[in-house]
Structure formats: C-alpha cells, structure tokens
Design a protein around this ligand. Structure first.
Ligand code: CP
Length: 334
C-alpha cells in the first residue's frame, strides 16, 4: 500500500509514469479500471477544482466518490493524540480513519495549515495523523504541499515545452490582500527541481523565502537532477529568457499568525503582479497559476487572456493526473 502525501517520497520515473498514464487517460477518458471502488474526499477547506476533478475522475473510472466536510455536514474531527475532547470535535481521526478504511479503497484529505504556529503546521500533522490510522492509501489534496497540483503543473509543462530539463522556470511571488498558504509554492519548487528545470524563485524580500525544508529540498533535487535553483529579488533578471512563469502568493513565514504585521511588509510589493511588460522579457514563456486567481491583483487581464496563459490547461490536467493516481493507488493495495 502506498500513500501520496508528498512527491518527495516518489522518484522522477515513478512520477513520470503517472504523467504518461494521465496522457493516455486524456485520450481515453472513460473506462472501468476502478469499477466498484470508492474514495472518500474529506475537505476541511473550500475547493472548486480539486473536488470537481476527483469526483468526475472517479465517476469516469467506474468508481464512486463520497465527499465529506468535517465540521459542516460531517462531525468535526480531533487530529491530536491524547487530547481531552471537550471542545468542538465530536470524534477522533483514529475512529474516522478506521471507519472510512472499512468503507473505502482510498481516503483523500484537504487540510490547510492553521496559520497560528508554523513550527507545528510545518510537520503536516493532520494528514500524517490520517495516514497513521488509515489502512488504505491516503491522498493529499493540499496541506503544506499540493502534490496533485504538482502533477498537473508538470503535465502542463511537458504538454507545452516537451522535455523540461534545462528550461527556465520562474516561480514569482505576487501580492494578495491576505497571507496565503505556502503549499503551492513549496510544491512548484519540488516538482520543477525534481524534473531538472533551471528554477528561479522571485521574491520581494527574504521574508518570503519558503520553509528551509523546501529550500533545502529544492537545492538538493536541482543538484541531483542536473537542474539549477536560484533566488532573486530582481524582477527583470527573473523574467529574462524564462520559458515558464508560475505565479503564486503566500504569506511571509517570519510573520506567520500575525497577518496585520505581514500586511505592512507586503504593502509595497503590489507591482509583483504578472503583466504583459514582464512577460515580454521572457523567451515566449507560457504563464500559469493553480487557480483560483484574483485578476489584476496576481496577474493582469492581458496575461490571463493571452494565448500563452495555460492555467485552464493546468486545471484540466488535474482531472487526468488524479485519474492516473487513483488508478495506480487503488489497484495496487497488496
Ligand atoms: N488549485 C486548486 O486546488 O483549486 P481548488 O482550491 O479550487 O481546489
């Protein structure tokens, strides 16, 4: 039995096999490979793409998806061990994982960090607790990483650029009204460095560097894959000769849990928005974003409406890569 909690546990050939299977499923989207199987999709946070693509993907493979929203239409869950449960949560993840493992062939979970204590959240404790108690594969639908988004991003890069090795990939921080999860940024670095790209991280201030685990992983993976990993505050330098520009906003970790102070730090940096002038510096780069995206905040209308914007392609690829992932995990549980 194998979980999909982070791509760090998966080799490049294993991930490429999923990407190749996704390409096959794109050509033949409906089959019976998962007939009679069931997957539970647990959402502690909102979703449009993840929920839709998993539900539709399961349906197209002959499986059934059960959507659960703990704390809303399902009982609230306690994830810590040893807690006296006299608060809001009605049941413990030990029982939730045990019961769903009897009903289902896989359990997927979205659980964003709590934005209070990064030293706690950086351990990814919620999905780790689920994986500890589950006896079926667990799939990460976004916690402190977003590995399904990684697969969709790399499928999209390969669809548009071919082999990713040596191609310049820019991950640019952008302004947003509030500090967001670092998951997609962590994941973009992980997948681009694993696949040998020439990766540039563009941030306005060192406070926006990502957690040291992901920075170290990016350096290590770039070295191992023959890629590169650079950090810059210089917008022009970052965009020049880029092949693929990826935008995301995230909160500054040194100000984690202090959004008012963080807002002051980010206030001068609205000009990091992706616009046509910046894209003109690239080598006819493609642009993408995981979505949802606030237009004219993270990227201009001009960029979002351009032929080089492949964000919708990436969203479509969520469907294909997750079908490949479900097929691999649910059919290989011995
Ligand atoms: N990109 C992504 O995960 O979208 P949702 O939050 O809508 O699921």
């Amino acid at each position: 039995m194998r979980h999909f909690l982070t791509t760090e546990d998966w080799t490049r050939p294993e991930l490429q096999a999923l990407l190749d299977a996704a390409d096959d499923l794109r050509r033949q989207p409906v089959n019976d490979q998962l007939r009679g199987k069931t997957i539970a999709l647990m959402f502690l946070n909102p979703s449009l793409r993840t929920r839709s693509s998993f539900e539709i993907g399961a349906f197209q493979l002959g499986a059934h998806a059960v959507v659960l929203e703990p704390g809303k239409a399902a009982w609230g869950i306690e994830f810590e061990r040893g807690v006296v449960m006299d608060g809001d949560a009605e049941e413990h993840i030990a029982e939730v994982a045990g019961v769903l493992s009897r009903y289902c062939d896989a359990i997927a979970l979205r659980a964003f960090p709590l934005f209070k204590d990064w030293s706690h959240d950086r351990q990814d404790p919620v999905i780790r607790a689920l994986a500890e108690y589950a006896s079926v594969p667990v799939i990460n639908m976004e916690t402190i990483v977003h590995p399904c988004q990684e697969l969709a991003l790399m499928r999209t890069i390969q669809d548009h650029l071919g082999a990713p090795d040596g191609r310049k990939f820019v991950l640019t921080w952008t302004w947003h009204p509030r500090p967001l999860n670092t998951a997609v940024a962590n994941s973009a670095l992980l997948i681009a460095t694993k696949f040998g790209m020439d990766v540039t991280l563009l941030v306005p201030d060192d406070a926006y560097l990502l957690d040291e685990h992901f920075m170290d992983a990016a350096h290590y993976q770039a070295e191992s894959s023959g890629g590169r990993f650079n950090i810059t505050h210089n917008i022009e330098k970052a965009y020049t000769d880029a092949d693929f520009v990826y935008a995301k906003s995230w909160g500054a970790l040194p100000f984690y849990g202090r959004p008012e102070e963080e807002a002051q730090l980010r206030a001068p940096y609205r000009h990091f928005m992706v616009d046509g002038a910046k894209m003109a510096l690239t080598r006819n780069a493609r642009f993408s974003h995981c979505l949802p995206l606030r237009r004219n905040v993270k990227a201009s209308d001009e960029v979002m409406d351009a032929d080089y914007c492949v964000a919708i392609d990436e969203a479509e690829n969520r469907l294909h890569v997750q079908k490949a992932l479900m097929t691999a995990l649910l059919n290989n549980q011995e």
